[in-house]
Design a protein around this ligand. Sequence first.
Ligand code: HSE
Length: 422
Amino acid sequence: MKIGIVGVGTVGRSVVEILQENKEIISARAGVEITPVIGVARDIESKKDLDILLTTSIDELLDSDIDVVVELMGGVEKPYEIVTKALERGKSVVTANKALLAYHRYELQTKAGELGFGFEASVAGGIPIIKSLREGLSANHIESIVGIMNGTCNFILTKMMSEGAEFAPTLKEAQELGYAEADPTFDIGGFDAAHKLLILASIAYGIDAKPEDILIEGIESITSDDISFAKEFGYSIKLLTIAKKVGDKVELRVHPALIKNEKMIAKVDGVMNAVSVYGDKVGETMYYGPGAGGNATASAVVADLIDIARNGKNAQTSPMLGFTKPLEKNLSLANKGDVETKYYIRMNVKDETGVLATVAKILGDKDISIETFLQSPHTKKDNITTILLSTHSCQEVKVMEAFDEIEQLSISQGRPSMIRIE
Ligand code: HSE
């Protein structure tokens, strides 16, 4: 089986190397040899050591006699065009591109028909979570999926928590290590994790949502005060990717969250990813592994190639997005604001008599009950202090209403901010 790679970068290089270095075991598993023959790269010079034909022309690759196109270029519309052309020419496709699938997965499922279309590498890198959900857990109603699915954010948050590292240089380090997206705002803004969540939500619930339909918050505004509070009260801060079935609705959200240190997911550090899936019959299953980096991602790409080689031309042995026909009673997407959880709240206020009572009254009037409280011992310039508190479970809409009122107070220095506690 001959393959062509569109976008030979860190992952593409690893795909070629794995196929060459593990050639014997791969062909024994696949039943045929899988040979990388052609690759499209922007900078051919730096890839010259790879034993494949390199070109800058996508058409040259599509016109060649390859069986499978491996798409690793990133972006949405251009890869959609290329993948569509490949399928129209009867070539199977393997992609690691979660942004492409976040927007076009259902059209691509139709276009692929019986052709192979693998995308295991698009979610949580080397962890086989797509196969697990689509095949291993297919007997279950999925109650929830809670994951750490962005290695870059987890790398940054881990270093901020354990070493007191600063945000910007740690992001730079993640970029140098090849974890971050070409545009790292996709990582730190939560969009990369959201793309992954949408793919899993299709397989678990049959939900066709787009990134703009769901709650997405990144880690940009986490401060050293938040880190101190988390440490003081035994929490870790993680960017969580959450799908939760509540009645006939499904909440889909990506946001930083405080998690008690004793929870397994709180112990997932550095670039590692983890996904906990709760099925109504199986209970909780958990998957852990490297979510980014060349070899980890390429390991999933090559596994998809082996599947396609094993299954021949009609490579789609299980439905690409998990459902052979629609559910009779469709689940629908919950409203973004309908979240109910515990909250950690940070606010800057004037350090004056009665301030705390005023804030506590506003929260109390909204049925928000305070669980823990911390006031920074260091009063800042102009008599400003930072109040940190956590609440019992309450409605997010009430928290937002309380923030509107607190922001209007003369003692208040801007709008309070919050992190959800999971
Ligand atoms: N930028 C992604 C991450 C790579 O940091 O997890 C894998 O999708």
